[in-house]
Design a protein around this ligand. Structure first.
Ligand code: ZN
Length: 679
């Protein structure tokens, strides 16, 4: 079985061509987009911004004179989802002129590339643009394929590559991407113009051809040949997660990382991978030594740093102190590395955070660490690929990637750091927020409002179908768990989901509730008890489970209750709702009192008259008729004379979440009701 499937389809290619129209350059570019996506959609070829592709076309300038144009991957685009604007056009002749120079600074290179863009607003062309430019082939593809990363880091990589490929690949020693690598690679090609591709030692693979298909199929064939030689016959399994062993480890790790990052630093998101391949690797006796060897392809360093923190069984046996010691040892080693390397380059660099982006935890798994779920998952994916590369390479002769000097040059290269992007993170970026009753009107609006602020959501609801829809509408990097909040251990199961998916929790929005109507004289006691189960005890259980987790993280936390105006202003026949809600109001104050010293804030919302499962259209009409008005009049029956919607409640929850010195507070969201005003 081949490791990489050839996914070329004449039919799909035809679809891209049809969309492109008649212009030959546009048609060439359309096929470039198509095969770029084929490559990008296989993580064993490229992942997360690694790899790049290009095509050379002829386009007329403004005066109608034909000019050679290189369309090459622009920064900020990933190959798996790339479109034509992600492959900006650069005039080729000025790039060729540069080759006459002996040296060219990175700044000059970027500047010339930008000066020659056809569209002045296009993204920056890849740092490997000149390498694409200096190869004469129409289509050029560059990957960091898993088998090539094994091959490229073997101690006798060149000899092995000759055994596999004979003279079909040129071999280029490790040089950092940029002008010099481009010239050396072009010379290696020119020394043997019959080659089908290039092996970049310690880095990756290039293939090229006269058509998109030829170049793509060479990528696939070469990669499969390397894979077959190395005995790799299956795809790398990424993202495998099962029930966590020692789940308490993750919240502690989150808390320690935030504490070491600074007094107000938010906790990172953790992405756990604990499939059999990962667990088998972490059982190796040489794990500690393998952890310090470096990364499989140099640009991995900006996502994972040069090494993971290794948390051993001994560390775990010492609990929090042991994990903290592992982090501190990692940071001390990172500082030494930085100081040593910064001295070598003349003291011109500023140290990045000395905290890890990746953890190898004995018996627990591999953990990606990031400011949000996306960054954590990128680190974990690259971390998993690196585990496989190390494991296969060690069996095939040894994993020998670039050394510390080259690694530092890459990690602190401004053009690499630029790939990570800048800008202010959103107010709640990477905060883990659990919402109960998440599939209802207020729950969904609240989930959306927190997601808009960058939060990762854990949706909880007993309606599985509605929950699935709610999760899909929210997009990627959120999770959902279907359960009845009144069931035994429901709170513990939901908390476990948050820990296994994101490493812990920052905010609980305890929102699930339902009203049962009837006068106090007529209510069955069992109904009243059921009402307390849902509208009081479930809030208490979730708050207690969340607080236990917060205490393990030692980094504060927040609980937000959806209370109700009924808690202070009884409505006729709403006793079975108001009584437990009044208790929940008091619970909010009691918890605020008891948990304040741990930095845990507890607040609530008193909302009223929101269209939801509680307040259906039929019910609204009935109430409106009873009061001699229509539905709109009933819904706007407040001081502001405006209907209160779920989104207004949602924004109030977010406002409370952002109010850093507020606890034991109830915010009223009812459009104004003087009888229900708190005094
Ligand atoms: Zn590369």
């Amino acid at each position: 079985m081949s490791m990489i499937e050839n996914r070329w389809s004449d039919k799909e290619a035809e679809t891209w061509l049809t969309q492109a129209g008649d212009d030959p350059a546009d048609r060439d570019l359309a096929l470039r987009v198509y095969t770029s996506r084929l490559i990008g959609q296989n993580p064993d070829l490229v992942m997360h911004g690694g790899g790049n592709t290009s095509v050379k076309v002829t386009r007329p300038d403004l005066f109608g004179t034909p000019q050679q144009v290189l369309h090459v991957k622009g920064s900020g685009w990933d190959l798996d989802t790339i479109l034509a604007p992600g492959l900006p056009g650069v005039r080729l002749a000025p790039l060729h002129d540069l080759r006459r120079l002996d040296a060219l600074s990175d700044e000059q290179m970027v500047n010339v590339q930008r000066q020659n863009l056809l569209d002045s607003t296009a993204p920056n062309p890849s740092v490997e643009t000149l390498l694409h430019a200096y190869l004469p082939h129409k289509y050029v593809d560059h990957t960091h394929a898993t088998p090539f990363l094994v091959l490229a880091n073997l101690p006798y990589a060149e000899t092995v590559a000759r055994q596999i490929f004979g003279d079909r690949l040129a071999i280029v020693p490790y040089i950092m991407p940029g002008f010099k690598l481009s010239k050396v690679a072009a010379e290696a090609y020119e020394a043997n113009p019959d080659v089908e591709g290039i092996l970049l030692l310690n880095h990756g693979h290039f293939a090229f051809g006269e058509t998109a298909r030829e170049s793509y199929e060479r990528i696939v064939a070469h990669t499969n040949e390397a894979a077959a030689y190395l005995g790799m016959d299956s795809a790398t399994r990424l993202g495998h997660r099962t029930t966590a062993t020692k789940p308490e480890t993750l919240p502690m790790l989150r808390g320690i990382l935030a504490e070491r990052a600074g007094p107000d630093a938010p906790m990172p998101v953790l992405d756990l991978r604990n499939g059999p391949e990962v667990m088998g690797f972490l059982d190796r006796p040489d794990v500690a030594e393998l952890s310090t060897r470096g990364v499989a392809s140099p640009d991995h360093v900006i996502r994972t740093k040069g090494a993971p923190v290794v948390i051993t069984a001994d560390h775990l046996a010492q609990g929090r102190d042991g994990i903290a010691a592992a982090i501190d040892d990692f940071s001390a080693a990172y500082r030494d590395y930085f100081n040593r390397q910064n001295a070598r380059v003349g003291g011109i660099k500023t140290m990045l955070t000395p905290l890890p982006n990746l953890a190898w935890i004995h018996g627990v798994g591999l953990v990606g660490i990031g400011a949000n779920a996306k960054a954590a998952s990128v680190a974990a994916d690259i971390g998993e690929q690196n585990l496989r590369v190390r494991a296969v390479a060690e069996d095939a002769g040894g994993f020998r990637p670039i050394g510390e000097d080259d690694l530092f040059d890459m990690e602190y290269w401004s053009l690499e750091q630029a790939k990570l992007g800048k800008g202010t993170p959103p107010a709640l970026g990477g905060r883990v927020v659990m919402i109960t009753g998440a599939a209802g009107a207020i729950g969904q609006a609240t989930a959306r409002a927190f997601a808009d602020q960058g939060a990762q959501l854990v949706l909880v609801d007993r309606d599985e179908a509605a929950l699935k829809t709610a999760l899909e509408m929210l997009g990627t990097h959120h999770t959902a768990i279907a359960l009845d909040v009144t069931a035994e251990n429901a709170a513990e199961s939901a908390i476990q989901r948050a820990v296994e998916t994101f490493g812990g929790l920052d905010i609980l929005v305890s929102n699930a509730g339902a009203a049962l109507t009837g006068s106090m004289m007529e209510l069955a006691e069992s109904d009243l008890r059921d009402a307390f189960e849902l509208n009081f005890f479930a809030h208490h259980r979730f708050a207690r489970a969340a607080s236990a987790l917060f205490l393990r993280q030692e980094r504060g936390g927040q609980i937000l209750f959806n209370i109700s105006k009924q808690a202070i202003n009884p409505g006729r026949n709403f006793g079975a709702y108001g009584l437990p809600k009044a208790s929940t109001l008091f619970l909010m104050r009691q918890l605020a009192l008891e948990l304040g010293e741990f930095g845990i804030r507890v607040n609530g919302i008193n909302a009223d008259r929101i269209r939801s499962g509680l307040l259906t259209d039929a019910f609204i009409n009935e109430r409106a008729t009873a009061r001699g008005t229509d539905a709109a009049g009933y819904m706007a029956g407040n001081l502001l004379r405006r209907e209160v919607e779920a989104q207004h409640v949602a924004r109030a929850f977010v406002a409370l979440a952002l109010s850093e010195r507020t606890t034991a507070h109830v915010m009223t969201v009812d459009g104004g009701n003087i009888e229900a005003a708190l005094r």
